[in-house]
Structure formats: C-alpha cells, structure tokens
Write a protein that binds this ligand. Structure first.
Ligand code: PMP
Length: 383
C-alpha cells in the first residue's frame, strides 16, 4: 500500500532525522551522552516557548499527562479553577480537576468561537481563582485563543496561575512564556513539534514552582514535579523514574530541527500553509468553522458543502492518499479536521489540495478543476 499523507492534527509526519534519533541504541538514563542530550533538550524546550527563567520538565506520557501534571501541582481540593473552554480539550480540564475535588467554573464558547477577553476579565474581578486554564489551540474546533490579550488581563490577578495547554500550538505558533507571564505551559510531542507521541513537555515559572511548594503533600506520586525536579535541574544526578531514553533522543532532534529552521520562520511557514489551505478550500466551496481572526495556523475545521457526505468523502480521500480526521462531538459529520503543522512541506500542501480536488471530482460536485490549487498557490508562491 502506498504511503498516505498524514494531514491529521497529530500525530503529524516525522522527519527522518527524528526517526534516526529515535532508533539510536537504548542506553542507560545515566549514560553521559544521554545526560548531555537531556540537558540540551530541556534548554531547547525553553527556547521554543521563549523563557529564560522557566523550569522545564520532560516526562514520559502524553499531552493529557501534561494537563494533569499542571492541575495537581497548582491546585488542591477545594481550590477554585477557572477553565476557559473553546471545545473538547478545554472541557477535559474540567473532568481532570473535578476528579481532585477542585471547584471548577467554566467560561465556554460556542464551538468555533472564543470566550471574549472582557468576559474573562469580568469573571476574574468577580471572584478569586487559584488558577486559570486556557487552551492555546483547541484541536476539536480549530480555534486559536488570543493568548497575548488574555495574558494582559491575567497579569492583573497575581493570585491566579496562568496555565496554557499548548499541545496543538507549541512549535507552530508563537508562545512567549516570560513576556506573557505564563506560569505553566505544556505540549506533547506529536503535533507541531513533529516527534512521535510519548512525552509530556512542560515548563513551570518560578511562581508555579512556589505554588507547588505551598501545596505541601499532593495526591499524586508520579506526577509530583518536586520528585522530578532534581533530575530536571541536573540530569544524571540520580534516579526518580527511568526516562524514555529513546524518546528523549527523538525530542532532542525534533527541537533542534525547530530551532534550526528558526522560530519566526517556522511560525510564518505555518501561517502561510494555513492561509493557503483556507483560500484553496474556500475557493472549492467549503466553509471554515472558525472566523478568520481566530483560526489556528496548525489545524483547520472545514465544513462540508451540500452534497458531500462526511464518511464517504474521508474514505475516498484516504483511498486517494490523504488521511484527515473526523469532527469531534457536536461537529461529527459536519466537518473534517485538517492538520497542517510540524514538518510538513509546501509539496505536501499542494499534493493535499490536488487530492482533495480529485476526490471532489469523484462526487457529483460542481467546481472548476484546479481552482482550489490555484488559490492555494497564489498564497504559497506569491506572498
Ligand atoms: N490538549 C490538546 C489541545 C490536544 O489537542 C490534545 C490531543 N489531541 C491533548 C490535550 C491531549 O494530548 P494526548 O492525546 O497526547 O494525551
């Protein structure tokens, strides 16, 4: 079977250099070379989220582990958490926090929209919250939170820790941890970082580390960042839990690739690819769920025009060579989700547009062949 283009919002295609790193010999977590690699990886993670003061943690697990690590290390039973939810992954914070007896309030938007920043400001004025969570890009809705604006508001409430789920953004969209006063930011591996899934990558601010200490004993062992802290500060200095050594090598290479491309260049590339897809798909008669101003550069949610049925479209598209994802929850059947992040190339954008057109031509769908690709190319090649 021919290799398919993985245009899903994670896992994303992985560069050969990362696969090569992943397949290096499995060595001891105390091996001097591995220790050096972990040190560099921790530093590179800081560079990607633009922090000098932050304390990075790289922990075997997935993005969901990152969510839970953030929660259990910043709140205890009875503390108040404000969740800003723009979809499925925003809502996940609610489930996690309720499991720990945390008092949760939610400001949720309609799926495809965002919670207005003024509403967040109003809520924080009304009541005191120990922490607030914001999902940078909610992968279910393709919506990008206006993080910098939200940050300006949260800065005024020093008792509130600012937690950012950056799983679908880090490495593809700008995140300025120090400038924006983010207290905990975390990502997985498998989205815009373009590394196979398997690690939760977090950075804690000094304030977030102080909060952890103020909590005293917490109800988790593996997720307690204080148990990981000495190894993260001084890799090789001891043992807490055996690190996923091969994954560390892979992440090391993935982050090197990001920094070698250059953050600004990489963020611009993501923007260009997103705009090219949006223009091309709109030209073909698709509509996007998210309004222009809040569309993510990493994933798009694309509503079907009349006459195109979800499952048969995605199946035919897959047979033709492109894998996309289904809509989640209330959006199931109404749209497909297209991932365009990480190490994908211009050629893959063009090929995807072409295969979408081929697939549409196999339905009784009225459009001009080449028009979608043309609109995408206007952006890819001219801007
Ligand atoms: N947050 C967001 C925004 C996500 O997109 C995802 C995964 N799609 C997660 C959290 C959970 O990550 P994982 O599947 O790696 O546990």
């Amino acid at each position: 079977m021919k290799k398919k283009l993985m245009m899903i919002p994670g896992p994303t295609p992985v560069d050969q250099s990362v696969l090569d790193a992943l397949s290096k010999d499995t060595v001891s977590h105390l091996d001097p070379e591995l220790v050096k690699t972990l040190k560099e990886t921790l530093n590179d993670l800081k560079a990607v989220v633009m922090t000098e003061k932050g304390q990075p943690f790289i922990i075997p697990g997935t993005g969901t582990l990152g969510m839970e690590v953030a929660i259990v290390n910043s709140l205890k039973e009875g503390d108040r958490l404000l969740v800003i939810s723009h979809g499925f992954f925003g809502d996940r914070f609610v489930e996690i926090a309720l499991g720990y007896g945390i008092e949760v309030e939610v400001l949720a938007s309609e799926w495809g929209k965002i919670v207005e920043v003024e509403k967040i400001a109003q809520k924080l004025k009304e009541k005191s919250f120990s922490a607030i969570t914001v999902t940078h890009v909610d992968t279910s809705t393709g919506v990008c939170a206006p993080l910098e604006e939200v940050a300006e508001v949260i800065k005024r409430f020093s008792e509130t820790l600012f937690i950012v789920d950056a799983v679908c953004a880090t490495g593809g969209i700008e995140e300025r941890m120090d400038d924006w006063g983010v207290d905990i930011v975390f990502a997985g591996n498998q989205k815009a970082i373009s590394v196979p899934p398997g690690l939760a990558n977090l950075v804690f601010s000094e304030k977030a580390l102080e909060r952890r200490n103020a909590l005293g004993n917490i109800s988790s062992y593996y997720m307690d960042i204080n148990r990981w802290l000495s190894i993260m500060r001084e890799p090789g200095s001891g043992y807490f839990a055996t690190h996923a050594v091969n994954m560390v090598n892979a992440l090391h290479q993935g982050l090197k690739n990001i920094l070698e491309e250059g953050l600004e260049k990489r963020f611009n590339r993501h923007k260009r690819f997103a705009l090219a897809f949006h223009a091309g798909l709109e030209e073909l008669g698709f509509k996007l769920l998210a309004p222009k101003e809040i569309r993510a550069n990493t994933v798009s949610t694309i509503l079907y025009p009349a006459g195109i049925e979800d499952l048969s479209f995605r199946e035919k598209l897959y047979q033709n060579g492109v894998l996309v994802s289904a809509g989640k929850g209330v959006l199931a059947g109404k749209l497909f989700r297209l991932g365009h992040m990480g190490s994908i190339t211009e050629n893959e954008v063009v090929a995807t547009m072409s295969i979408i057109e081929k697939t549409l031509s196999e339905f009784n769908y009225d459009f001009e062949l080449g028009s979608g690709i043309g609109a995408a190319e206007e952006i890819l090649f001219k801007e």
